[in-house]
Design a binder for this molecule. Sequence first.
Ligand code: NI
Length: 174
Amino acid sequence: MGHPVLRQIAEPVEVFDSPELHALIADMEDTMAAYDGAGLAAIQIGVPLRVMIFGVEHNPRYPDAGPVPKTVLVNPAWEILDDTMESDWEGCLSVPGMRGRVPRYRQIRYRGYDALGMLVERDVDGFHARVFQHEYDHLDGVLYPDRIEERETFGFIEELQAAGLLGECGESAD
Ligand code: NI
């Protein structure tokens, strides 16, 4: 956070199934795995294209979250299915060591394309919907601290835990 690229509006991908796109996604997958993240946007590794990945298998860090399928989304779009919002803890690989509570829409529909250009469309809710919204924000230069309303919930993990605000292992949307 602070690097100007994170504030850029990412550009759509125009060519699918290219060596460049496959290489970008492989880099993103390596990065996400290395940091044990739930998701990653291309802009976080300095590439301002509208590409995101996410996925969570059963993970003790997210005890209440169902698994989120491993997903690649290029040029995604989304709509709100239920305008109820709920707040939960998020973190971000671009804002290391911190957490904050972020309101997100509970139920959404998203669509986008995989690396080959095949349509992916899903109605999702809860943590899955949260991860998508977090990653989508990155495509428009928005970081989760921008969306925090309960400002006292934004802080360093150790401080939030010491204050009893954050549990043993706070959930991280990315
Ligand atoms: Ni993030």
